[in-house]
Design a protein around this ligand. Sequence first.
Ligand code: FRU
Length: 493
Amino acid sequence: MKNIGLVFGLVTVVAFVQAQDVYHERWRPQIHFSPKAHWMNDPNGMVYFKGIYHLFFQYYPDSSVWGPMHWGHAVSTDLMHWEEQPIALYPDSLGYIFSGSAVVDERNTSGFATKPGDTALVAIYTQHDPVGAAQGRKDFQNQSIAYSLDNGKTWVKYAGNPVLRNPGETDFRDPKVFWNAAGREWIMVLAVKDHVEFYGSPDLKAWRKKGEFGKDKGAHGGVWECPDLFPISDDHGHSTWMLIVNINPGGPNGGSATQYFLGDFDGRKFVPSTAGVRWLDYGPDEYAGVTWSNLGGDRRVFLGWMSNWLYGQRMPTAPWRSANTLPRDLQLEQVGDSLYVKSIPVGELNQLASRPAQNRKFPASISKPAEIRFHTTNHTSFGLVFFNAAGDSVVVGYDEADRRYYIDRRHAGVSMGPDFDRIYTAPRISQDSLIRCTVFLDASSVELYADGCLTVMTALVFPTQPYNRVTLRPKYAHIAEGVSLQQLMDIHN
Ligand code: FRU
């Protein structure tokens, strides 16, 4: 009997230790969403409904590298604490479930809600047929839909899939759908190799092409993927349209990145008002970012996959691979005579603050995750250095000579490969005399939000032991005032 008690005791202890270890493994993000296990890429189908933020994601539950894609699912009431749910969509005879979006069909245009009081959530996604692709066909990506009548818990695929057939384009994917109040119809923006196409529908089932944009606009160093399109207002209530287009490769620092355009959209044509190429995040590790549907009001919350197709499948984490960026509120800002978009970490993050931010001198001790804010009035170059006793360091800084911010991960820890242990840079967009920076450190990432979030950079880092100290180069004295350092509570508590 005694022994049995001992065995049960041990089993309980082992179970307890295991439960404690999940989400606290080496390099496990503590303020960013990551799946409990296995491979994740793009965020998908983000929709807010009845007080719940739904996050679906490209997921391969059988391995830690990319494979036959499913839609994983997680829910949150605050964009910070996530609960993973059963897989929402499995591959079927039409193919893998690639990226897409979800909408609330309030007017029951689809007819999927059959009982009074029911509201259908409808997911619109690409089906990628691996057999057709292997046979060298061109039409292996088509758009399908599925609906949920239980608030996103379970999904039924529409019997008439696919709803939008491929006209013979090898890259024809990642539908983002929204209700266009002005035209009283659904609009789908779809990525087609080197441009986006706009389709209209009364019921989410029948789609008709309305226009296209981008063959000769923006960056073209890679294939266009995961677009998004929505109105966004400035402080004076003036509204413009924002078009997001992810591109891979061809980002400002190599590989995957997110570009955007501002302009007018009349239901068929997008006419840009911004010239040249704009990036939402200049770092190497934000991709496939799009925004939540149905938030109401003017709020636009953006979330990206925190990795890069150049090396994402080789990152040293286990049993999961990949996390998302912090969710970011998109807002407009006038700089000189041009409008730009700021990506501001959502206010919901403040609830993770363990105690009021403390003013500190450098060097300071830290334990991840941490948020550091400071500003400087004299335009000297500086570098905020996170380091540990093993000699690893990552530097987040500013170089006055060429007016560029940078993240230097040459000596960050475990090598990401000779081409990626390097310095990544981003232009300073702001013309302010004050330089303000907020930096978030998590177990395997740093994010820089400079100048009120006009210049943003995200980078993965894999220190051989956690960075537990931070300092500022050349010296604390160069920073005029306003240093605050805050330890954040992790979201898995
Ligand atoms: C972007 C992407 C999408 C595609 C998905 C497949 O990262 O390539 O274009 O739908 O990933 O997993």
